[in-house]
Design a protein around this ligand. Structure first.
Ligand SMILES: NC(=O)c1ccc[n+]([C@@H]2O[C@H](COP(=O)([O-])OP(=O)(O)OC[C@H]3O[C@@H](n4cnc5c(N)ncnc54)[C@H](OP(=O)(O)O)[C@@H]3O)[C@@H](O)[C@H]2O)c1
Length: 337
């Protein structure tokens, strides 16, 4: 069984939608803080259980029978994210998961000025220590973040922001689909193993051998095969996706590039103006943004200038079997309204 946390959120909710097209619903479970918000999944045969990183007992119950667990990264900067992630990983191990997947971020570098990066690095360190096979889905920066980072350029014709750097802006829906492709491919491997009794590389690895044995025997007795057809996870091929996997759009662009794209799409000049960091923070505060939030956002620009988000990786296109969406696609959508 695949258990997905954060399924009431945008990213992992979309992953569950994609999974439903690839895996039989009774092989999918969601672990959510508010089951009422996941009724639409329960109605389609998905197992819905309450689970929260703050409640280990409920989390363990929601992970019952999971071969794979997809852990959402906490979105709460006021919380002790490192402890929450460590708890979730430990509970997934205790539940007997053979593989843990985690929604990380491109270039999860502990020294990055981007506020989320050290927490993702800490989660990946905890995964390394877990003794279970893991995949860290290092998603690129969500492209829709440009809606606020670019400012009101459609009204002003100006993109006024601090100095930046190339970023491989990534569509969240594409990242969600890729996660489903990987989960479904692993699930198909499990099915094959159950039917044939052959060992996979996971089963023979030092990391997973004991738990894998227990899990597969339980599953073979209790659940039926994949009714979603044979096309599951084709794009994932035989790759196991061990450790960090960077999932980004196919190219990185700067705000200069985006001004050019916006000019091209709208047919009127959109100018890029670089403003100083502190001047920009002051302008955000004046507009009502709390200073702490403005400084977190400034961290994005500082990290982009270091090239933290400059890498683009072909893995996402390969998993999707098509080109990921681009910034031009986003700008066209926004201009179309
Ligand atoms: N790559 C990027 O550019 C980027 C940008 C922003 C965020 N992110 C990260 O990507 C993650 C997913 O993005 P998203 O757009 O799907 O965010 P989202 O819509 O805010 O969803 C976050 C999900 O995490 C769940 N959650 C939060 N804290 C939890 C906890 N302590 N225990 C269990 N579940 C918890 C939430 O549950 P509820 O529904 O109950 O609230 C929600 O379902 C975010 O959480 C964040 O870490 C990445």
């Amino acid at each position: 069984m695949i258990v997905v946390t954060g399924a009431t959120g945008a990213l992992n909710g979309a992953t569950v939608e994609h999974l439903l097209g690839r895996v039989s619903p009774h092989r999918i479970g969601v672990s959510v803080r508010d089951p009422a918000k996941a009724q639409h999944f329960a109605d389609r045969g998905v197992r819905v259980r309450r689970g929260s990183y703050e409640d280990p007992a409920a989390l363990l119950d929601s992970f019952e029978g999971a071969d794979q667990v997809l852990l959402v990264s906490s979105n709460d900067f006021a919380a002790d994210q490192d402890t929450l992630h460590r708890t979730a990983i430990a509970i997934a191990v205790r539940a007997g998961a053979r593989r843990i997947l985690y929604t990380s971020h491109q270039n999860a570098d502990p020294s990055s000025p981007f506020a989320a990066a050290p927490h993702h690095a800490a989660a990946e360190a905890a995964l390394t220590d877990s003794g279970v096979a893991w995949t860290s889905l290092r998603n690129g920066f969500y492209a829709h973040s440009l809606d606020w980072l670019l400012g009101p350029w459609q009204e002003t014709g100006v993109i006024a922001a601090p100095a930046d750097g190339p970023v491989s802006w990534t569509d969240r829906a594409d990242a969600a689909e890729a996660a489903a492709v990987i989960l479904a491919a692993n699930e198909t491997c499990d099915e094959t193993r159950n039917k044939t009794g052959t060992k996979t590389s996971d089963q023979t690895s030092d990391q997973t051998s004991d738990k894998a044995g227990d899990q597969t025997s339980d599953k073979a007795g209790g659940e039926t095969g994949n009714e979603a057809g044979d096309d599951t996870g084709d794009q994932a091929g035989d790759e196991a996706f061990e450790g960090p996997l960077t999932l980004t759009a196919s190219a990185a662009v700067t705000f200069d590039d985006i001004a050019w794209i916006a000019s091209d799409v709208t047919g009127r000049e959109v100018r890029r103006i670089v403003i100083g960091d502190e001047e920009w923070v002051a302008a955000q505060i004046e507009r009502g943004t709390p200073e702490g939030v403005a400084r977190v956002l400034l961290g994005f620009f500082q990290a982009a200038r270091r090239g933290d988000f400059a890498e683009s990786d072909p893995a996402l296109a390969k998993l999707l079997g098509r080109e990921p969406r681009t910034v031009r696609d986003l700008i066209q959508d926004r201009v179309a309204g």
